[in-house]
Design a protein around this ligand. Structure first.
Ligand SMILES: NC(=O)c1ccc[n+]([C@@H]2O[C@H](COP(=O)([O-])OP(=O)(O)OC[C@H]3O[C@@H](n4cnc5c(N)ncnc54)[C@H](O)[C@@H]3O)[C@@H](O)[C@H]2O)c1
Length: 273
């Protein structure tokens, strides 16, 4: 059935890697795009180019450079998006957020145990990582739901990794955030389902993908070699693989898929280690 409403995608982490590729793919598929990102001076030119490309594809574009875990900034960003929606409604259109993608990479890559306390996790590192990479999902979905941005047919995706259930020396803090993120997805799926909202939420477990976030992991060479050896397709996952999957899952006929962990990895996970 055709959807006559204006579709927006809200992409948390929309300036790089999987978030950027998905923003581009959804813009090409007719979505407007709101991207939340955290970039400093060196990255801003890239964001300007990306915004121009999205607009060229026909999308209305709103990008906000902020910490996605900041409550006041989240409220301000949603007020800005709400103003865009009001303007669209005044013009006789019916906008809603069809796709939410949580694709934030912002974590402390340190072990739990080290002789030097500064080289190990502490409360601040643990809580900041959990807050950005896991808990922020809940607060965004709460506000989007209460604000009426999400409607029947909306789909929320949270990017997880094999690290939610496997260990790598420097990945313990992020690993715990991924486990929490997957748990938050299950809880939200159950609550949104019981509300009869027609809103679904799933985790997307991407295979190892060359992005700036991967290259920051101290063990990235070992992780890449292992993915190349294990992936039955003989190649690594790309950001385009993830974007294509999200575009397809956001089409029609997927409204009863919720609370799942959906692998987009060519079968990498099932080969074990
Ligand atoms: N790259 C991989 O191999 C891989 C595999 C599985 C899952 N993932 C997950 O996919 C997600 C995206 O990772 P990526 O590899 O595309 O990373 P990336 O570094 O390319 O992109 C991260 C994005 O998050 C934004 N960001 C970071 N901290 C932020 C903050 N506090 N507030 C607002 N924006 C912030 C950045 O601006 C950027 O747009 C992450 O959750 C990551 O754990 C990555």
């Amino acid at each position: 059935m055709a959807d006559s409403r204006d579709r927006w995608a809200l992409i948390l982490g929309g300036s790089s890697g999987m978030g950027e590729a998905t923003a581009r793919a959804l813009a090409a598929a007719g979505y407007n795009v709101c991207g939340i990102h955290l970039d400093f001076r060196a990255g801003l030119q890239h964001v300007d180019e990306l915004k121009a490309d999205l607009a060229k594809a026909g999308a209305e574009v709103l990008y906000v450079n902020m910490n996605a875990a900041d409550d006041e900034k989240r409220a301000a960003a949603l007020a800005e998006l709400g103003a865009r929606f009001e303007a669209a409604r005044a013009g006789g259109r019916d906008p809603y957020v069809r796709v939410v993608m949580h694709s934030l990479a912002f974590g402390s890559l340190v072990p739990f145990i080290a002789d030097d306390p500064k080289a190990a996790v502490d409360r601040k590192k643990m809580e900041m990582t959990q807050d950005v990479m896991a808990n922020s999902l809940v607060y965004w979905v709460q506000d989007l739901y209460r604000g009426g941005f999400l409607r029947e047919g909306s789909k929320v995706y949270a990017m997880t990794s094999e690290g939610s259930s496997r260990v790598v020396p420097s990945y313990g803090v992020v690993s715990s955030a991924k486990a929490a993120l997957e748990s938050h997805v299950r809880q939200l799926a159950m609550e949104l389902g019981r509300l009869g909202s027609g809103i679904t939420i799933n985790s997307i477990r991407a295979g190892v993908t060359k992005t700036p976030a991967l290259m920051k992991i101290p063990e990235h060479e070992m992780i890449i070699a292992s993915a190349m050896a294990r992936n039955p397709t003989g190649r690594m996952t790309t950001t385009q693989d993830v974007a294509n999957a999200i575009v397809a899952l956001s089409g029609e006929g997927t409204g009863f898929i919720s609370g799942e962990i959906i692998g987009v990895d060519g079968g990498e996970f099932i080969t074990g280690s």
